[in-house]
Design a protein around this ligand. Structure first.
Ligand code: SF4
Ligand code: F3S
Length: 103
């Protein structure tokens, strides 16, 4: 599962699609955690898609991650600023790849 303390335990290494990326990253196999308020661990996500389908405010967008061992697409929390903290995405993800931090 995603580390809920990633902001302490990892370092921000850059941005992709306007979203913070928390390392380590070593593409294509290791892509880090994407987002801050709504965070997706790209190295855990298997592209199930339930988060994107269920989010009531369309926070997520598909992006390509060719060569990643778990899945070749991932969800980017592109509109994490719109999140209403409903926690649906956290609850439906089958591999616990998402952390939402109300507060
Ligand atoms: Fe969307 Fe709710 Fe997840 Fe926020 S917590 S990203 S509003 S599903
Ligand atoms: Fe990935 Fe979980 Fe969403 S596997 S696509 S973060 S439901």
């Amino acid at each position: 599962a995603i580390d809920p303390n990633f902001e302490t335990n990892r370092e921000k290494v850059g941005e992709e699609n306007g979203v913070a990326v928390w390392g380590p990253v070593d593409p294509p196999e290791q892509r880090g955690i994407h987002g801050t308020h709504v965070a997706v661990d790209y190295d855990i996500c298997i592209a199930d898609g339930a988060c994107l389908e269920d989010c009531p405010v369309d926070v997520f967008t598909w992006v390509d991650t060719p060569g990643h061992p778990e899945s070749e697409i991932k969800v980017e929390p592109t509109h994490e600023d719109q999140c209403i903290d409903c926690m649906l995405c956290v609850d439906v993800c089958p591999v616990d790849a998402i952390d939402v931090d109300p507060g």
